[in-house]
Design a protein around this ligand. Structure first.
Ligand code: GRF
Length: 201
């Protein structure tokens, strides 16, 4: 596929949206000229990420699992919203739901996720949020980090695009470790989007 226009990126969020903000800032500063954010979809209506999107003038939608007892209907709603926004690439940035296989198949090879550990360590079912950092500390690891990977039908099992390490230091607790990893996430997510854009170009 030859892309002379900008990649239309739709970002799926559930929370504070600092990774979304990193993408908005990278595009705003000119360091990610290959991409534009087409749409932000939140799984929660109270996610601060929505406010960040609105402030940046980005179209938003709330598609919440609780409103769709039928998970295939939820998947259809997501795929329709992504298609309406002419999405080229889907970025899961702090998105706290598992994507239905129908969504993964519809955007096969065009969905990426950021995870706050060095995959294959501390990933998969049950490893999300602060639980990841707690497990890293409990295991006495000397390092942790963040990973951006393609999304397949497993949980955190897709091919790795970019990974960066942070050192676990004496005195780190789960909050200080989370903050250090988050700082790295904000760097590697825009870098990974750039890599994907350049790979497809
Ligand atoms: C990040 O650690 C992300 O990797 C995880 O959720 C956290 C929140 O990110 N999946 P954000 O501030 O909502 O972008």
């Amino acid at each position: 596929m030859l892309m002379s226009r900008k990649f239309r990126v739709s970002v799926l969020v559930s929370g504070g949206g600092t990774n979304l903000q990193a993408l908005i800032d990278s595009i705003g500063s000119g360091s990610l000229p290959e991409a534009e954010i087409a749409l932000v979809i939140s799984s929660r209506e109270d996610a601060f990420a929505l406010e960040r999107a609105r402030r940046a003038g980005i179209k938003t939608a709330v598609i919440a699992a609780k409103d769709f007892p039928d998970k295939a209907a939820l998947a259809r709603e997501l795929v329709c919203a992504l298609a309406d926004a002419n999405t080229d690439l889907v970025v899961l940035a702090g998105y706290m739901s598992i994507l239905h296989p129908d969504v993964v198949r519809s955007y096969s090879g065009r969905i990426i996720n950021i995870h706050p550990s060095l995959i294959p360590k501390y990933c998969g079912k049950g490893f999300y949020g602060i639980k990841v950092h707690r497990a890293v500390l409990e295991a006495g690891e000397k390092a942790s980090g963040a990973t951006v990977h393609y999304v397949d039908e497993g949980i955190d099992t897709g091919d790795i695009i970019l990974q960066r390490e942070v050192l676990v230091e004496k005195g780190d607790d789960e909050n200080t470790l989370a903050a250090k990893v988050l700082e790295v996430e904000h760097k590697i997510l825009p870098e990974a989007v750039k890599i994907v854009c350049e790979t497809v170009k």
